[in-house]
Write a protein that binds this ligand. Structure first.
Ligand SMILES: [Zn+2]
Ligand SMILES: [Zn+2]
Length: 374
């Protein structure tokens, strides 16, 4: 729907801007709350009680754009829907969209760390805004400033929720009102290199996997599986530790926060994706050596019913040993009397004769008379 007149103040989206960020800027310009603003534009349809960056329909964005007088193409690209095809993910629905960080909507709160930001970018913006790329799970570094992105308030560690910030000052924490513009640490050389590799796959939709060429969706499917393996199993964590030691990764090797890629904190994703790039650069040689070294089993790498597993990961998984089963305990031989039939037993045991022999062997009972004599 795009009927009705355009509004007086044009607020076009900025380059690479996220839909929710655009809405917040517009609400601020029109001096109202984000929920009042979306109510004016879209009526009573739920907006901030959903992850609207994933959910907003094309027609809803067209209506918004008509009111705010932006460019149609730029407006459409503010939604994360436009990433789905490139990620090989289905259109957004309930639950996780592969490759897109989850924000964990709870009423109007956010309880996951799925909105990242670069403090320096926000600081340098004339009008601070959040980038669409900051919701991608394979992005954890600002390529402009070379620093690791932040995914929470540096003071109180609350997830980022700019639509709740006081006076819509998005550079401040909605919870504690502290500045979000605290500089974040520079990324290590290994991380910068791994990040650059992945961004190249993302841009070109092509990655060399040994002799094969895989698409970005193939890479993502395999990476989500490797990420879960490295984050959740003992051999996986040992393999991660070995891979990080091999590349002298300076970051801590504490256990990752969550085995699901889209729920991982920014430091975990940086650490694990760097390890995955280092162990897959000569696919599958290094990976197989590390996997066999820590006794990784086929079933720990993939679930065969998992339809999205790529053929290149499947072919390597087949080179790993199957799950080891405990050898069956050898059954003890039953005693002979339990193994013979009843008929055999009757033949063998002449019960009456046995009783007679037993009675005969007993000492004779002392008589009452004798005891009286004593
Ligand atoms: Zn930046
Ligand atoms: Zn805070």
């Amino acid at each position: 729907m795009s009927g009705g007149s355009s509004w007086r103040i044009p607020v076009p989206p900025k380059t690479n801007e996220l839909l929710s960020s655009w809405l917040i800027r517009a609400a601020r310009r029109y001096a109202c709350t984000p929920s009042d603003f979306t109510h004016y534009v879209w009526g009573s349809n739920p907006s901030w009680t959903r992850d609207l960056d994933r959910w907003a329909s094309i027609s809803a964005i067209a209506t918004l754009n008509h009111r705010l007088r932006g460019d149609v193409r730029e407006a459409t690209s503010t939604s994360l829907r436009s990433f789905c095809e490139r990620l090989g993910s289905p259109p957004p629905g309930p639950g996780i969209t592969p490759g897109i960080l989850a924000v964990g909507v709870y009423h109007r709160l956010r309880n996951r760390y799925g909105l990242q930001y670069c403090p320096q970018c926000l600081f340098e913006d004339q009008e601070p805004y959040f980038r669409r790329d900051w919701r991608l799970a394979h992005v954890w570094i600002c390529t402009r400033h070379g620093c690791v992105l932040r995914d929470c308030c540096p003071s109180c560690e609350s997830p980022i929720a700019p639509h709740r910030a006081t006076f819509l000052q998005v550079e401040k924490c909605w919870e504690c009102d502290s500045s979000l513009l605290v500089t974040s640490p520079a990324a290590s050389d290994q991380e910068v290199s791994a990040h650059a590799h992945i961004q190249l796959f993302w841009q070109t939709n092509s990655i060399g996997a040994g002799k094969a060429i895989a698409s970005f969706p193939d890479w993502l499917a395999a990476t989500r599986r490797l990420y879960a393996t490295l984050a959740s199993t003992n051999p996986g964590q040992l393999m991660l530790k070995n891979a990080l030691t091999a590349i002298s990764h300076p970051r801590s090797s504490t256990e990752p926060s969550h085995p699901l890629f889209e729920l991982g904190r920014v430091e975990d994703r940086g650490r694990l994706l760097t390890a995955i790039v280092s162990m897959t650069h000569d696919w599958p040689s290094t990976f197989l050596r590390l996997a066999k070294g820590v006794g990784l089993r086929r079933n720990q790498l993939i679930t065969f019913s998992h339809s999205s597993i790529t053929s290149c990961l499947m072919s390597v998984a087949k080179m790993l040993p199957l799950e080891s089963r405990k050898p069956r305990r050898k059954q003890k031989k039953a005693p002979a009397y339990l193994r013979m039939s009843t008929a055999d037993a009757r033949q063998r045991i002449d019960l009456s004769a046995a009783i007679a022999r037993r009675i005969a062997s007993l000492p004779s009972a002392p008589s009452k008379h004798r005891s009286e004599e004593v």
